[in-house]
Design a protein around this ligand. Structure first.
Ligand code: FE
Ligand code: FE
Ligand code: FE
Length: 166
């Protein structure tokens, strides 16, 4: 028989998942920036790289608030999403469709993060971790704004450029 587990365990486990994912994303964003063709997309990736550093600090604070050491647990989902992004870079490098592809890859990352932070924020509230819920909510808002900014870039330029031949 396995030991009983609770919402508290799920919260801690999922926190380790997103902590792993954020650190992986921090390493990947400079590669996305280097790959991007347009200056706007490069600066969007750079801005989010800086935000991601702050998001990792918030997670460290949340671990502290629940009395646990900050530790990651391999997130297969983010590994897969990032591997797909790398495929896009390989297969669309040098073409007019690259930025539209990079935006779609980045949005897959933001959406994964939004599911994680949405759940974690709700669980933190239910577990009575008010300050943690607030920190997780701040990051959720940043991920959601990043997603919207990427949509705007796609509509304003990247998709139109992708429709034309290089
Ligand atoms: Fe993030
Ligand atoms: Fe995961
Ligand atoms: Fe993000």
């Amino acid at each position: 028989m396995s030991k009983e587990k609770t919402l508290e365990d799920l919260f801690h486990d999922t926190l380790k998942d997103i902590y792993y994912a954020e650190r992986k994303i921090l390493k990947t964003l400079p590669k996305m920036k280097r790959a991007a063709e347009s200056e706007e997309l490069k600066s969007a990736f750079e801005k989010h790289h800086d935000e991601t550093e702050g998001q990792i600090e918030r997670l460290v604070k949340v671990f502290e608030l629940i009395g646990k050491a900050p530790r990651g647990k391999t997130c297969d989902a983010i590994e897969g999403i990032i591997a797909e992004g790398e495929e896009i870079i390989d297969e669309f490098k040098g073409t007019s469709a690259l930025d539209a592809g990079l935006i779609s890859s980045a949005q897959a990352v933001e959406h994964y993060e939004m599911t994680r932070y949405g759940t974690l924020k709700r669980w933190a509230t239910e577990l009575g971790y008010k300050e943690a819920a607030d920190l997780l909510g701040q990051t959720l808002d940043e991920e959601s704004k990043t997603d919207s900014a990427l949509t705007k870039l796609a509509i304003a330029s990247a998709n139109a450029r992708a429709k034309k031949a290089a």
